[in-house]
Design a protein around this ligand. Structure first.
Ligand code: AMP
Length: 199
């Protein structure tokens, strides 16, 4: 098993790098943001609750988010070779819960890939994504709140995972391929994981 967290501010490239990681390492991708957006699109009860937080750029409450993830893992990730968690955890209680969720399935978290990108670039990237995809929370006002939420609630995880030796600092500014090469090199050094195709 290889279980990874892809960590970084909104707009740091987590989704893009996740897609490359699942290809190269044969992992299962779980994006909590995509999972919630899918509920909103389908108009489920959960989607209605999620929308009231997402549209303002706030986090879904921990208890709810953790139980959604537990449920999703149970239904979708029983026989996988490993998981890339994209957008989870976003708070310390979520990080603690993730360890428990993995431990009860007989595994654990191997590394946290931290994409570090200058703030001005984050805003530009999200505005561009908003223009291209119409994503509802990629508007200037919501982006500002999402960045505040990131600094206040999510950033402490960087110290948390640095403290337990799992944080891999990656320069997230540059070309998609160069960033991925840095991730792959760090993962190999830290976990011994080998990618399927060596460039
Ligand atoms: P993302 O696609 O990861 O940028 O997430 C979009 C939005 O979904 C966030 O701004 C939150 O409102 C919500 N969300 C996604 N993941 C989480 C999480 N782990 N905890 C709480 N809210 C989340």
């Amino acid at each position: 098993m290889l279980n990874l967290v892809l960590f970084g501010a909104p707009g740091s490239g987590k989704g893009t790098q996740s897609a490359k990681l699942i290809d190269e390492y044969g992992l299962y991708h779980i994006s909590t943001g995509e999972l919630l957006r899918d509920h909103i699109k389908r108009g489920t009860e959960l989607g209605k609750i999620a929308d009231s937080y997402i549209s303002k750029g706030n986090l879904i409450p921990d208890d709810l988010m953790i139980s959604i993830l537990d449920d999703f893992l149970e239904k979708n990730a029983a026989d996988v070779e490993g998981v890339v968690f994209d957008g989870f955890p976003r708070t310390i209680p979520q990080a603690e819960a993730l360890e428990k969720l993995l431990n009860k399935r007989g595994t654990n978290l191997h590394a946290v890939v931290g994409l570090e990108v200058p703030e001005e670039e984050l805003v530009e990237r999200m505005l561009e994504r908003g223009r291209q995809t119409g994503r509802a929370d990629d508007t200037l006002e919501t982006i500002k709140n999402r960045l505040d939420v990131y600094h206040n609630q999510t950033m402490p995880l960087r110290d948390y995972y640095t403290g337990n030796g799992k944080y891999l600092k990656i320069n997230g500014h540059g070309s998609i391929d160069d960033i991925f090469e840095e991730i792959a090199a760090n993962l190999e050094k830290h976990t011994g994981a080998k990618r399927k195709s060596k460039k």
